[in-house]
Ligand binder design. Structure first.
Ligand SMILES: C[S@@+](CC[C@H](N)C(=O)[O-])C[C@H]1O[C@@H](n2cnc3c(N)ncnc32)[C@H](O)[C@@H]1O
Length: 192
């Protein structure tokens, strides 16, 4: 786990401008918290429920640390990232950490339009607070087109920090079955 922090430090050597501007990831490095407890809760949940080879998409993957963790655990993962510098960082990380060839790819573009195939599962952590997240607000439930299930943190889904109960209720109102992952993270599965 510390390995990914070392690689992020190398990335910030290469892009020292980002050490100043990318405070989100700088604080992850400084606080030694590249992975959150929620990331590990998601990994454990996915491992208990989904077999290796499951096709997972992670929109708003940032530097891709969760995508990498899932790929290292046998899943076929596509990380989608709209910000060029974060996409570049994700590719840098991919090159410098051990991931089985073919298990991980990163796409530069905006979810959901950048997604061109169907997945078994969408996993989304912390897409809040970016100007681009209005895609999510407008297309909150369009994930159904892309996968039957989505795992997300109901607190950080949308353009503003959300009331988790409202987010959960919205999915229930749209025929999703809800499974608790941990904290405010849930899996929403579209009833067929
Ligand atoms: C707060 S960061 C979190 C990154 C990562 N998920 C994490 O938890 O560390 C949110 C990321 O989502 C990306 N993003 C937001 N809306 C997006 C969209 N519609 N498509 C692709 N990326 C998006 C932003 O560019 C940003 O890198």
């Amino acid at each position: 786990m510390s390995e990914i922090r070392e690689v992020l430090l190398k990335w910030f050597d290469v892009r020292s401008d980002l050490w100043v501007t990318d405070s989100y990831y700088r604080s992850k490095v400084v606080n030694n918290s590249v992975y959150t407890l929620q990331d590990f809760a998601v990994l454990e949940y996915v491992k208990n429920k989904y077999g290796s080879g499951t096709k997972i998409c992670e929109p708003g993957c940032g530097y891709g640390q969760l995508s990498i963790l899932l790929a290292q655990n046998g899943y076929d993962v596509t990380g989608v990232e709209g910000a060029q510098w974060r996409f570049d960082g994700a590719q840098f990380l991919q090159k410098h950490v051990p991931v089985v060839a073919g298990k991980l790819s990163f796409v530069h573009g905006f979810y959901p339009t950048a997604c061109t195939c169907r997945y078994d599962l969408i996993v989304c952590q912390n897409m809040v607070n970016t100007g681009w997240s209005d895609w999510l607000v407008a297309n909150q439930l369009s994930s159904a087109v892309l996968a039957p299930s989505i795992i997300l943190d109901a607190r950080t889904w949308g353009i503003h920090r959300s009331d988790p109960h409202e987010v959960v209720q919205q999915f229930i109102d749209n025929d999703y079955t809800v499974f608790h992952v941990g904290g405010t993270v849930y899996e929403f599965h579209l009833q067929s």
